[in-house]
Design a protein around this ligand. Structure first.
Ligand SMILES: CCCCCC/C=C\CCCCCCCCCC(=O)SCCNC(=O)CCNC(=O)[C@H](O)C(C)(C)COP(=O)(O)OP(=O)(O)OC[C@H]1O[C@@H](n2cnc3c(N)ncnc32)[C@H](O)[C@@H]1OP(=O)(O)O
Ligand SMILES: CCCCCCCC/C=C\CCCCCCCC(=O)OC[C@@H](O)COP(=O)(O)O
Length: 292
């Protein structure tokens, strides 16, 4: 008898469950199709979080494609080209126009050290726009553990340093000076040592300049203009916009020794700060050196 009741109730129960499932699905659909775009347009910070989440998610996804391609060659600086070409389109997805000035300053055959300002993880876009051949960035060790992106970076020869252990970091960079010459490799360093979105430059760490002096290669400063018009982590703002990337002429280190490093670092920082101020304050549409 009781089994009959269960039998009779079960079609009803499954109908109720089905209706509930449907309504949950419908709710999800409403959230996705209506609430999400409304919230996206209405809330500047929601848009910011979505765009940043997609940025990181998309890089992690692209890395899944990049890993097998890079793995064929093993750990090799030539793999940086693969990452570069896979990342170049992201600026279009985000409506960021990048204007590069001073390309000719990269026309040096031998190795050099690139130093650039570091505002946010979006710097990756400016970096990939101009990354010279056989050039690897120096990155904090934590990035190596960023899932698929970390593995892709490792395969592309990114040099990881442990910022918590100065001696280790210095010995990795000293080794890099030898590798640069032996294997004809260029190195990209963010001498501020951390992200800085103040519109100015933090005091420079000296590792990049020791590296250049030890290898006796030029330092090429690269400055990416302030993102303030389209991106602010503090205000949770992320719109479309324009960024100017200026490559400055190389600063020679020939004949310099370790004692000259502080002056070299100060000189390069001065040049970069002047350029950063200049390119970040140009009114939109105005050409460099314009004003007539
Ligand atoms: C398609 C899919 C793609 C998937 C993924 C794709 C993703 C990416 C693609 C690749 C792109 C990756 C981009 C990654 C960007 C990441 C950027 C970063 O992580 S920035 C953070 C790390 N970088 C740095 O920190 C570099 C700058 N730092 C330094 O140069 C530092 O000096 C140091 C790290 C070497 C040491 O720092 P610290 O422990 O703070 O000590 P200091 O006070 O700076 O130095 C102590 C003294 O030592 C002297 N010194 C420094 N270096 C050397 C050296 N090489 N030789 C001799 N002496 C050295 C220094 O001058 C100090 O002495 P003093 O007397 O005070 O001058
Ligand atoms: C399964 C593990 C999942 C891990 C998820 C990690 C999510 C990260 C995903 C993608 C990585 C995007 C690569 C961006 C490269 C830019 C790196 C960057 O800008 O690092 C910051 C560093 O320069 C300075 O660090 P701090 O400002 O000192 O802090």
């Amino acid at each position: 008898m009781s089994s009959n009741v269960v039998k009779a109730a079960s079609p009803l129960a499954s109908a109720v469950t089905g209706a509930m499932e449907l309504s949950v699905a419908q709710w999800l659909l409403v959230v996705c199709l209506v609430a999400f775009p409304l919230l996206y347009e209405w809330s500047v910070s929601f848009k910011y979080f979505c765009k940043m989440a997609f940025y990181n998610g998309w890089i992690l996804t692209l890395a899944i494609l990049a890993i097998p391609i890079c793995a064929v060659r093993g750990r090799n600086v030539e793999n940086m080209k693969v990452l570069r070409f896979m990342l170049l389109h992201i600026k279009y997805l985000y409506g960021i126009k990048i204007e590069v000035r001073g390309w000719e300053n990269f026309n040096i055959k031998e190795p050099y050290v690139v130093v650039s300002n570091h505002q946010s993880s979006l710097d990756l876009l400016g970096m990939m726009e101009i990354l010279p051949g056989r050039c690897v960035p120096i990155a904090k060790r934590e990035l190596m553990y960023a899932g698929t992106a970390g593995l892709a970076c490792w395969l592309a020869g990114v040099i990881f340093i442990n910022r918590k252990k100065t001696d280790d970091a210095i010995s990795v960079m000293t080794e890099a000076a030898e590798t640069m010459l032996k294997e004809d490799v260029r190195v990209w360093v963010f001498p501020e040592g951390t992200r800085n979105h103040s519109g100015s430059l933090l005091p420079f760490k000296r590792g990049a300049f020791h590296l250049a002096v030890q290898a006796q290669v030029p330092v090429i400063p690269v400055i990416m203009s302030s993102y303030k018009d389209f991106y602010s982590k503090k205000d949770k703002k992320f719109t479309t916009g324009k960024c100017t990337v200026q490559i400055l002429p190389g600063v020679s280190t020939r004949g310099l020794c370790a004692d000259d490093v502080p002056d070299l670092a100060d000189k390069v920082r001065g040049l970069m700060l002047e350029t950063l101020t200049h390119i970040s304050n140009e009114s939109p549409g105005k050409e460099p050196g314009g004003g007539h």
